[in-house]
Design a binder for this molecule. Structure first.
Ligand SMILES: [Zn+2]
Length: 288
């Protein structure tokens, strides 16, 4: 059985693992990257994989934006990584093919292979945390385009109760999904961190309304078989039930499928994997 390498590249940490198949990550290592030169991080990653001889290919699920043509990180606010040729650097250092995709596409694929979307060919993975991002699998393939989807920046309709108040934290768009529903948006809106808000706080109904708008938009555009929510904010157990309820309200019975007309427990679900992007990175390597 071939051995694959997997990397989840984040702004504050890189995770590395090896595996024979997506559901079987081994020897997960974490490298802190905040205030660390990219050259140092690349050396740590290279040394990690050199210690596992026989790797056939490596998948990298990375923060972005990413230019898939060049395999480089592009205009990130993490200045040291701007225009960093991530794919070429690893290919040169390790002499194996490297697949590069976004962390959220990686997570979508990971959940499809070994998590909450097993057996599905069409799904969306949305992560709600410090930022909001989404990846999509359509007919079994990860969606790329001119660039790559930026689901966190879809425009939303502010809730009626926002009319004279909060206008969103995204510096580019204000009332996009990330501007209205990310962790920092909740903190700015309610002046306390999301994790300190009790379950019965009005914040959660509003949050569910925004996540439901996203679910409705994604359902309307991509018709996924399931939408999987991950990230810190969705760790709140009662939230997804409210998202299902609000989604049904907005859809108003228009999309006719049993999975959408019932309680939606099988349509809007929580991520099942502890490391979805790292798991997906193994599948990306496998697919090379
Ligand atoms: Zn935005």
């Amino acid at each position: 059985m071939p051995l694959y390498g997997a990397v989840e590249a984040g702004g504050t940490k890189f995770l590395c693992a090896v595996a024979n198949e997506p559901g079987a990550l081994r020897e997960i290592r974490r490298f802190e990257t905040a205030q660390v030169d990219p050259g140092v991080t690349m050396r740590q990653v290279t040394e990690y994989f050199r210690a596992h001889p026989g790797i056939a290919a490596i998948g990298v699920a990375s923060f972005g934006p990413i230019d898939f043509a060049t395999g480089a990180i592009t205009s990130t606010p993490k200045l040291a990584w701007q225009d960093f040729p991530l794919r070429a650097t690893l290919e040169r250092a390790l002499g194996v093919p490297v697949a590069l995709d976004t962390d959220v596409n990686g997570a979508a694929l990971g959940e499809a292979m070994a998590g909450a979307g097993q057996g599905l060919q069409n799904l969306v993975y949305l992560t709600i945390g410090t930022g909001i991002g989404g990846g999509a699998l359509v007919n079994g393939a990860l969606v790329h385009g001119l660039l790559h989807p930026e689901m966190g920046h879809m425009s939303l309709r502010p809730a009626p109760e926002e009319v004279d108040g909060f206008t969103g934290v995204c510096p580019f768009h204000r009332n996009c999904l990330e501007g209205l529903a990310s962790g920092p948006a909740m903190r700015a809106r309610w002046e306390v961190p999301a994790e300190d808000l009790p379950d019965d706080h009005a914040a959660w109904k509003l949050e569910a309304y925004y996540l439901a708008q996203a679910a409705v938009n994604l359902s309307s555009i991509l018709s996924p078989e399931r939408i999987i929510f991950g990230g810190g904010v969705t760790g709140r157990a009662s939230l997804l039930a409210q998202v299902r309820h609000e989604t049904a309200n907005i859809l108003n019975g228009y999309l006719r499928h049993p999975r959408l007309l019932g309680g939606m427990e099988d349509y809007i679900v929580a991520a099942a994997l502890p490391y979805p992007a790292l798991t997906g990175a193994v599948a990306m390597a496998q697919r090379l």
